[in-house]
Write a protein that binds this ligand. Structure first.
Ligand code: C2E
Ligand code: MG
Ligand code: MG
Length: 536
């Protein structure tokens, strides 16, 4: 397996060698010239005669010269030895520095920079007709749980064990790198598609055997994305990334990238890379929109709505990226960020004297994550919040897909004490009686029904009968998309429980929530809040 390789030897040593060789040649040549001259013209006799007539006896001078020469030879040799040692030391230091820049200190594998070099070289090799290349992106499943529950020391030890085990499955020519966190990349060289299939299968099998760390038998799993074609290293890595997320999302273990995964749109791939980086680099923002009780105008909860602060495109609404996040599995890390942020903000409002509940939207994919209830329980206890502070909104279709698995997760969430709501009711195909059998307590009527309620009588009949039926089935009702006072008043008359909409307040940053809520409540009249004070 290709580990970091030393760079070229620095030129200093080679330069020194050739300088010494040149000087030795000059000395040999001069000696030869002097020897020939001496034989031809009796040089010693002439020098002897000359010295007697001018500088005195030559013997002393010869002795002096000989001694100084000896010193010169001695010190010269020492200096040459020092110089050589210094060169070797510098060469080693440069090599160490280069290695360190390319190496992941935790596992000793290549890091992102090292991988970039190896990958660029491999891509060049393929372009010039060399051996085939497969890029495998590997992400551990359940590593985060180990890290969160057993601590970073165990997490680190597990990563080292994983690195060793993966390295053990590779051939001499393959390259293994850790990009950070629990993400690894393998470059498989010269492997035909069936060999790639076998290698990835071996890697996955190896991962699935328990790891012995600190006397604990830890089990992890992995998702592998494979890319075999791509014009440049960045594209190959992105393609492997997309495939890996598809593997993670569909729990398929290994997925080989195909153009359909990008929905034939290279721009999607770029956005995917951007979003992934954005989530990691903290570019997600969470805004909050209040919900007010129709009975008394009091605000008891807010809904968390994600935004993406894109470095070039500015603040993006969820419609621009949630679909992509759902299709690629990025929705899970995204939801984790929103949940953590929402609970931290909820905790802060409570400290400021505002006991608000916070609602977080869960996509269908996230409901298939059987570890979600434990993660949420952990987050609640991390923030020292009772489960009743958290509400989770799922769409009808999310609750209906893969009913057994999603239902199990919903029941476990309900058992925690978290409130569950059906979001955007009316846009799916679920019957109210089916929904009432789910462990949900609230129904949110989609804004498309509420905001158009004033346009015709039919719209009002739909909203009113939905409220009545939901109440009969024991569900609370929230009306989304309340944009006018008139709608608010009608909802009061229909006996709806809560309202949410631009007329009350638009979604805004966490810091503005307490003031916004106070403004809504202070303007509450017998028939509800006054709009002028509420619009931001
Ligand atoms: P949603 O959960 O139904 O959220 C309500 C959406 O309606 C928000 O749009 C909100 O700004 C908008 N809205 C509120 N009041 C009114 C109104 O009076 N009139 C109109 N026309 N619209 C109103 P936003 O923030 O763009 O979110 C859109 C959707 O994106 C959300 O719909 C939700 O399905 C999804 N979303 C937002 N944040 C997350 C998240 O963290 N995770 C997931 N999975 N989905 C999210
Ligand atoms: Mg919602
Ligand atoms: Mg909604």
């Amino acid at each position: 397996m290709g580990m970091p390789t030393p760079g070229n030897r620095p030129e200093t040593l080679t330069g020194l060698r050739s300088a010494v060789a040149r000087e030795a040649a000059v000395v040999a040549l001069l000696t030869l010239v002097v020897a020939v001259a001496s034989g031809l013209w009796d040089l010693p006799g002439r020098v002897w005669a000359w010295s007697r007539s001018t500088v005195g006896p030559l013997d002393d001078v010869v002795l002096l010269l000989a001694v100084s020469h000896l010193f010169m030879v001695f010190f010269g040799k020492r200096r040459a030895a020092d110089l050589k040692a210094e060169c070797v030391r510098r060469e080693q230091a440069e090599r160490d520095l280069r290695e360190r820049a390319r190496t992941d200190p935790l596992t000793g594998l290549l890091n992102r920079a090292g991988l970039a070099e190896e990958l660029a070289a491999a891509v060049d090799d393929v372009a010039s007709g060399g051996r085939e290349l497969a890029v495998v992106m590997l992400d551990l499943d359940r590593f985060k749980e180990v890290n969160d529950t057993l601590g970073h020391a165990v997490g680190d030890a597990l990563l080292r064990a994983v690195a060793d085990r993966l390295a053990g499955e590779l051939r001499q020519d393959d390259v293994l790198a850790r990009l950070g966190g629990d993400e690894f990349v393998v470059l498989l060289r010269g492997a035909a598609p069936d060999a790639v299939h076998r290698s990835t299968g071996r890697l996955l099998d190896a991962l699935r055997l328990p790891f012995e760390v600190d006397g604990l038998a830890l089990e992890v799993d992995g998702s592998l994305g494979v890319a075999t074609s791509g014009a440049d290293p960045a594209e190959l890595l992105r393609a492997a990334d997309v495939a890996m997320y598809a593997a993670k999302a569909d729990r398929r273990g290994v997925v080989v990238h195909s153009p359909e995964l990008d929905r034939h749109d290279p721009a999607q791939l770029r956005v995917f890379g951007d979003l992934r980086r954005g989530i990691r680099d903290g570019e997600l923002r969470v805004h909050y929109q209040p919900k007010a009780a129709l009975l008394d105008g009091q605000v008891r909860g807010v809904e968390a709505l994600v935004r993406w602060e894109h470095p070039e495109r500015g603040l993006l609404p969820p419609a621009e990226f949630i679909g992509l996040a759902e299709a690629t599995g990025l929705i899970r890390p995204l939801t984790d960020v929103v949940l953590a942020r929402a609970l931290a903000d909820c905790r802060r409002w409570r400290a400021e004297g505002r006991a608000l509940t916070v609602a977080v939207n869960l996509s269908a994919r996230v409901l298939l994550d059987t570890a979600l209830p434990e993660r949420i329980a952990g987050l609640l206890s991390d923030h020292d919040l009772p489960a009743a502070c958290l509400e989770l909104e799922v769409t009808e279709s999310a609750a209906m897909q893969d009913p057994t698995q999603a239902l199990d997760v919903l029941h476990r969430l309900r058992a925690l004490g978290v409130t569950l709501s059906v979001d955007d009711y009316g846009t799916g195909h679920a019957s109210l009686s089916y929904l009432s059998r789910l462990p949900v307590s609230t129904l949110k009527i989609d804004r498309s029904f509420v905001s158009t309620m004033e346009l015709d009588d039919d719209g009002q009949v739909i909203v009113r009968s939905t409220i009545e039926l939901a109440h009969a089935l024991g569900l609370r009702v929230v009306a989304e998309g309340v944009e006018t006072r008139r709608t608010w008043e009608r909802l009061v008359a229909f006996g709806c429980d809560e309202a949410q909409g631009y007329w009350l307040g638009r979604p805004g940053p966490a810091e503005e929530v307490v003031a916004q809520v106070a403004a809504i409540e202070s303007s509450t009249t017998g028939s509800g809040p006054a709009p002028a004070a509420l619009r931001s």
